[in-house]
Design a protein around this ligand. Structure first.
Ligand code: ATP
Length: 922
């Protein structure tokens, strides 16, 4: 009943219902077996040789041995051993010489291999003689492989999508699609062996890799589905290869052939990214150099003296709240206008609007600058001194002014000239004796409040502005310092011809005496505008005389607070003031010109001579160019100041300042580094030399996860680092020091690198060796590469949150919760495969996931866990266990590429946030 193969007994066996064993083909109910298999269902081996037709080959009884025809060998006599037998092969072509190809390389369609299996794990589970046979077909890219135990075929696999590659030493045969069938009742397949592999074998899939050594008859076969119990593959010894083939058929020559892949597509994408980034960097550098050269050789602009400013019907409202209504006035060049009023009157708002600051509300009205200059140019020729002094506390007074000079004076000015200007400003403001003192802050005391005020004026003065706006320049100063500051301003206006506009709350009488004009505001409306010397008479005329011995400035504030309507200026008084303004301007200019002719004054005064040497022209401008106010919108007023220097100069100056700050305040860096050292050693000690038992998985994955968590949480400090510098950045940017780009790069280099990446390298390197992760230069480099990118991502993520959320507490809360959620999806706390499908996508948002997987894969790819099950030593490839966690063992390069992509995306986000979110809006 069981004899007769290949259709000779269709009656007694019908494969339509039962199928054929060992991948025999069922045609019309009869099995057609692969070479070397017979019986009605192809379940038994055949002996003889390939010389006989398949159905004539003798079938071998189960457990018996074969006697092969001469010239053939192997468990089922398929491997030719000499050329002679091949000349007799059935179906050969006449006139063609056939030989037996005994090499490891497959030439055509009929390459047979027979080897003895040498594997201790397999031998432990299945003691006795085990063999592997294969038939490989290069043209079809297919393989039929059978495992023989004690001479019986245990299972056979049909393998497709095979490719061959080779080097001078070895031939590799790689296949992508494996499918196997167990021969029921055999030892491997439930027939009494220690393990029943039926289920594993019948559901087998994945890849197959066979590497055969050309010089020794050995191979290694790695079935992906067996990698759990045979992680190193199956070592094959005493291999015999035979393929009867046309002697001219060899398509192979040379020491190596076909594409041998060493890095997968994601690796190439990653390298492509890196290459593109380097190219972009080099191109940017080149463009930067060209731009810098142009700036350095640009002709020096002629410096302008003060310019007149007139404003008409300026109104400002925030929503329904009217802050200023219909404010008009005029400030002639070379004069000082004091904007006075009680607290909340709108002084700062008016100063901001005149100075062209970005305001959050709606502005109406018109402002005319000088000889109808475009409004946008006002910011290029004016300086603004804010109410609050904001400096880098670690800088000295000289460095602060030098920083302003380096970024706001044209690059074509020589270094000597620039230094001289800085020195002139220090001298003029009486700051020379503290030039080398640190500015300090509330924690580390530095210069006094008055000195800080003068320093704020100095950083503006060094640019030699035509117009100087100051918001409360004397607030917080004692009377001596207040008068000193006021003297300086008066000197700037009267001697240097600058136009000075400032707000002041309640000046002393000697300070008040120095004002040329005052604009008194009450609740956003003008109470008085005119020469300060006429103020007393004006109010007396309206029945509000200044009491004897009373400070006039105090009296004006009282009136503006208590009787604004009685005191309000009428049209005639304003006209009167306007006539006086012109007279005042004419007088001041001729005085100024006189002063200059006397040769007195500092360098900046001398430079003003250039344009003042034609006083007639100036007078004509004053008297004959009536203010033709053009209506302005808030957009006009907030036009960006033109940056005086090139990108590279901004960057190098900022880097110099950051470097200085870094070394003068290295506490944070040393704290991060010391913590990284201590934690690194602690982690190394805790997980010291984790072994390769199954329990080792817990330690290895746990340590990777915890190291990354440490990096993540120590990045939270990036939020505060940024918060502290936000105000300084916004102020300097608004005053035209530099753009957002150079600031961002300097931040990146002096925050991300020393505070995130360097401690990150320390924290990860120590445990790498102490814990005993899979070592080797390539393993370490891959590990470091992903960790560095990961540390950068954590830092950038926290920077982005610090930028986006201004409230520090909220920013820390949001950042820590986001980090915790990212950690949740790293791959350790939740099984990636078993996450609820609706929430599975969340894992892809976690940069912890990519870093965790990449490091785990890197460690596990060279690792084999060994443990005992029922007293039998079982080696399990770490990849199998990690696969159960949902970790993709081929994922390193993909994870690395995605991490680099995230780094670039986060960099872009932070850059955009810095550019658009960190803008001064008052
Ligand atoms: N951005 C803003 N949002 C809401 N209200 C504002 C804003 N800016 C100014 N104000 C309101 O406008 C009014 C004028 O403010 P402003 O700062 O100009 O007054 P000030 O005269 O300079 O006051 P102080 O002398 O106290 O500095 C105040 O009532 C203030 O509360």
């Amino acid at each position: 009943q069981t004899t007769g193969a290949n259709g000779t007994c269709p009656v007694c066996f019908n494969c339509n219902a039962r199928g054929c064993a060992n991948f025999g083909e069922c045609r019309s109910g009869a099995c057609f077996c692969p070479d070397g298999f017979g019986d009605s269902d192809c379940s038994l081996a055949t002996c003889g040789s390939l010389l006989a037709p398949a159905d004539k080959r003798p079938v071998r009884a189960a457990g018996a041995t074969c006697t092969c025809d001469g010239g053939f060998t192997g468990p089922n006599c398929n491997v030719c051993t000499n050329n002679d037998v091949c000349t007799k092969m059935p179906g050969r072509l006449v006139g063609t010489t056939y030989i037996c190809n005994n090499g490891t390389k497959v030439w055509r369609t009929n390459h047979h291999t027979a080897c003895t299996v040498k594997n201790p794990t397999l031998a432990g589970l299945f003691p006795g003689f085990t063999q592997l046979s294969m038939k490989r077909d290069l043209i079809a890219g297919s393989t039929i492989a059978s495992l023989w135990y004690l001479n019986d075929p245990q299972f056979t696999c049909n393998i497709t999508q095979c490719e061959q590659s080779w080097s001078s030493a070895a031939t590799t045969w790689s296949c992508k699609d494996v499918s196997c069938k167990c021969n029921a009742g055999t030892k491997f397949c439930g027939g009494g062996g220690i393990l029943d592999l039926t289920n594993s074998i019948n559901t087998a899939k994945g890849m197959l890799n066979i590497v055969c050594d050309e010089s020794t008859p050995t191979c290694n076969v790695a079935f992906e589905f067996l990698s759990g119990i045979l992680p190193q593959g199956i070592a094959l010894d005493e291999c015999k290869f035979g393929e009867c083939v046309d002697e001219t058929a060899s398509p192979l020559s040379g020491d190596s052939g076909q594409n041998v892949k060493t890095i997968n597509t994601f690796g190439y994408v990653g390298l492509g990214f890196a290459g593109a980034a380097i190219a972009a960097l080099l191109i940017s550098l080149l463009i930067g150099c060209v731009q810098q050269r142009r700036h350095m050789h640009a002709p020096l602009l002629t410096e302008k003296p003060g310019v007149a400013i007139s404003f008409k019907d300026v109104s400002y409202s925030i929503g329904q709240n009217v802050i200023l209504s219909d404010i008009s006035g005029e400030v002639p060049a070379g004069t000082m206008l004091a904007i006075m009023g009680p607290s909340g009157a709108g002084k700062s708002s008016l100063i901001d609007i005149l100075a062209g600051k970005r305001k959050s509300g709606k502005i109406k009205g018109s402002i005319v600058v000088g000889d109808n200059m475009p409004l946008s140019s006002l910011r290029g020729i004016s300086g603004f001194v804010d109410q609050e002094d904001v400096f880098q506390p670690t800088m000295t007074v000289r460095e602060v002014i030098e920083f302003s000079a380096a970024l706001r004076l044209p690059e074509s000015i020589t270094v000597v000239e620039r230094r001289q200007r800085v020195q002139n400003v220090l001298d003029e403001l009486g700051l020379s004796h503290i030039a080398e003192s640190r500015v300090g802050d509330s924690l580390a005391r530095g210069i006094s409040g008055g000195e800080k005020r003068r320093l704020s004026i100095g950083v503006e003065l060094v640019t030699n502005p035509s117009v100087l706006f100051l918001d409360e320049p004397t607030s917080g100063l004692d009377s001596y310092n207040a008068i000193q500051v006021m003297e300086t301003l008066a000197g700037l206006a009267h001697k240097s011809g600058r136009t000075v506009v400032f707000s002041i709350h309640q000046p002393r009488s000697d300070v008040f005496a120095r004002f040329d004009q005052i604009l008194l505001l009450s609740k956003g409306s003008v109470v008085f505008f005119g020469a300060s010397k006429h103020a007393a008479a004006h109010f007396a005329d309206r029945g509000l005389p200044c009491p004897e011995g009373y400070n006039l400035a105090d009296h004006l504030i009282d009136v503006a607070t208590k009787h604004p309507d009685d005191a309000r200026a009428d049209t005639s008084s304003t006209a009167h003031s306007s006539d006086e303004s012109r007279e005042l301007r004419r007088r001041n200019l001729s005085e100024s010109a006189q002063t200059l002719r006397d040769g007195s004054g500092a360098a900046m005064v001398a430079s003003a001579v250039v344009e003042k040497s034609s006083p007639d022209n100036q007078v004509t401008v004053i008297t004959e160019t009536p203010a033709q106010p053009a209506a302005v919108s808030s957009t006009d007023l907030s036009a960006r100041p033109r940056l005086a220097t090139s990108f590279l100069t901004q960057l190098s100056t900022l880097l110099r300042r950051s470097r200085r700050h870094f070394w003068r305040k290295p506490g944070l860096f040393f704290a991060h580094t010391a913590i990284a050292l201590v934690l690194g050693v602690f982690m190394g000690g805790l997980y010291w030399k984790s072994d390769s038992s199954l329990g080792g998985i817990q330690n290895r994955l746990g340590s990777i996860f915890f190291i990354q968590s440490l990096i993540g949480f120590s990045s939270l400090s990036a939020i505060s680092t940024f918060t502290h510098e936000k105000l300084l950045f916004m102020r300097e940017r608004s005053n035209g020091y530099y753009g957002a780009g150079p600031f961002f790069i300097s931040k990146l280099l002096f925050d991300i690198v020393p505070l995130r990446i360097i401690p990150g390298i320390i924290l990860t390197t120590i445990p790498f060796f102490m814990i005993g992760y899979t070592s080797g230069v390539d393993y370490y480099l891959r590990y470091m590469a992903i960790m560095v990118v990961f540390a950068g991502n954590c830092g950038l993520f926290c920077l982005a949150i610090g930028c986006a959320i201004s409230e520090y507490g909220t920013a820390v809360l949001v950042a820590s919760i986001s980090l915790l959620f990212q950690m949740l999806f790293a791959g350790l706390l939740v099984n990636q495969v078993q996450i609820t499908p609706a929430l599975r996508w969340l894992q892809y948002l976690s940069f912890f996931k990519y870093a965790f997987e990449a490091v785990a894969v890197n460690d596990a790819s060279g690792l084999r866990f060994v443990d005992q099950i029922s007293g039998v030593e079982i080696g399990v490839a770490a990849s199998v266990v990690l696969g159960k966690f949902g970790i993709d063992m081929d994922g390193y390069w993909r994870d690395f590429t995605i991490s680099v992509g995230l780094f670039l995306a986060l960099t872009t986000i932070v850059c955009l946030l810095v550019t658009f979110k960190l803008r001064e809006r008052r």
